[in-house]
Design a protein. Structure first.
Length: 303
C-alpha cells in the first residue's frame, strides 16, 4: 500500500472519528438539556426536547429511558391520561425490564392520585409480586398501606408494611406500624346518629357535626316555618298553611340529609388530614401538600 493511500485512509478515519465524537457530544448535550428542564419542573419544554432527542438519535441505547421520561413529564404535569397511555406501552416492553418496572409503578401511582384506590391496590400488589427487590418496592408498600387505610382496614395496612424491609432500620418499620395503628384513635362522626338527632330536633345533628351556625339556622328556620303554618291554619288560611307545611317538610328532610352529609364530610376531612400527616412523615408528600415521589423512587425515576 502506497504512502499516499495510507495518508488518505488516515484522513478519512480522523474525519469519521471526529464526526462520531461530535454526534455523541451532541446527543449528550440534548439529553442533559432535557433532563435539566425536567428537574426544573418545566415539563412541557422537557417533552419537546426529549422528542427532539428521539428524532435526532433514533438508534441511541437510551431510547426506552427517554420515552419513560416523556411519560414522567406528563405524569408530573398531572396529564394522567396521556401519561398512562405512554406508560402502558412501556410496561408491556419485556426487553427493557428496568424501564417496564418503573412504568408499572407510575401506573399504580396514577390510580392512587386519581382516587381510584381499588385499582391502585391491585396494581401495587401486582408490582410487589413481580418486583419485590426493585428500589420502588419500598414506596409501593407505603402507598399500599395508606390505600388500605382509606378503606379503614388497619390490619391489611400493617401487613403491607411487614412484607419487606421498610426504611433502613427496624425501628423505622416499627414507627410506621405505630403510625398506622394510630388510625384506630381517629375521631369520627356517626352519620346515622347525626341524622337521627336532626330528625328528633332540627339542628341537633349539625351541632353534633360541629357546625354550630348550620345548627342555629336549621333550628330557627324549622321553628319559624312550623310557627307560620300553625298561625295560617289557625286563621283559616289553608292554602298558606299547606304551602308552609310543604316547605317545612322539605326543609326538615333537607336538614336531616345535611346532618348526615356533614358527618361524612367530617370523617373524610379527618381521614385526609391523618393521611397527609402520615404521608408527609413517610416522605410521600411534600411540605407544600403536593404529591411527590419519595426519595427511594427518586433514585429510580429522577435523573
Amino acid at each position: 500500500m502506497t504512502l499516499k493511500r495510507l495518508g488518505t485512509l488516515a484522513v478519512i478515519a480522523l474525519t469519521v472519528g471526529r464526526g462520531t465524537a461530535a454526534m455523541v457530544a451532541g446527543s449528550e448535550l440534548d439529553f442533559g438539556f432535557a433532563n435539566a428542564l425536567l428537574d426544573d419542573g418545566d415539563y412541557y419544554r422537557a417533552i419537546t426536547e426529549y422528542e427532539r432527542f428521539l428524532f435526532e438519535h433514533p438508534q441511541d441505547s437510551r431510547t426506552a429511558d427517554v420515552r419513560f421520561r416523556v411519560a414522567l413529564c406528563y405524569f408530573q404535569g398531572q396529564k394522567y391520561d396521556t401519561a398512562a397511555r405512554l406508560l402502558s406501552i412501556l410496561a408491556s416492553n419485556r426487553t427493557e425490564t428496568a424501564v417496564a418496572a418503573r412504568a408499572e409503578f407510575l401506573l399504580a401511582e396514577i390510580q392512587y392520585r386519581l382516587g381510584r384506590y381499588t385499582e391502585a391496590v391491585s396494581r401495587y400488589e401486582a408490582y410487589l409480586q413481580q418486583h419485590p427487590e426493585e428500589p420502588a418496592a419500598t414506596p409501593a408498600r407505603l402507598r399500599l398501606s395508606t390505600a388500605y387505610l382509606r378503606f379503614g382496614n388497619v390490619e391489611w395496612a400493617k401487613s403491607a408494611l411487614r412484607r419487606g424491609a421498610v426504611g433502613n432500620a427496624d425501628d423505622s418499620m416499627e414507627a410506621r406500624q405505630r403510625d398506622v395503628e394510630a388510625f384506630r384513635a381517629l375521631s369520627t362522626k356517626s352519620p346515622t346518629l347525626a341524622g337521627t338527632l336532626s330528625a328528633v330536633l332540627p339542628g341537633a345533628g349539625q351541632l353534633y357535626d360541629e357546625k354550630p351556625t348550620d345548627a342555629l339556622v336549621a333550628f330557627l328556620v324549622n321553628g319559624l316555618v312550623i310557627g307560620g303554618a300553625a298561625v295560617a291554619f289557625h286563621n283559616h288560611e289553608p292554602v298558606a298553611g299547606g304551602a308552609l307545611s310543604l316547605f317545612g317538610f322539605s326543609w326538615y328532610a333537607g336538614n336531616i340529609y345535611n346532618a348526615v352529609n356533614n358527618a361524612h364530610k367530617y370523617n373524610q376531612r379527618q381521614l385526609e388530614s391523618f393521611l397527609n400527616r402520615v404521608e408527609l412523615k413517610w416522605g410521600l408528600l411534600s411540605s407544600d401538600g403536593s404529591d411527590r415521589l419519595v426519595p427511594e423512587v427518586g433514585a429510580t425515576v429522577r435523573f
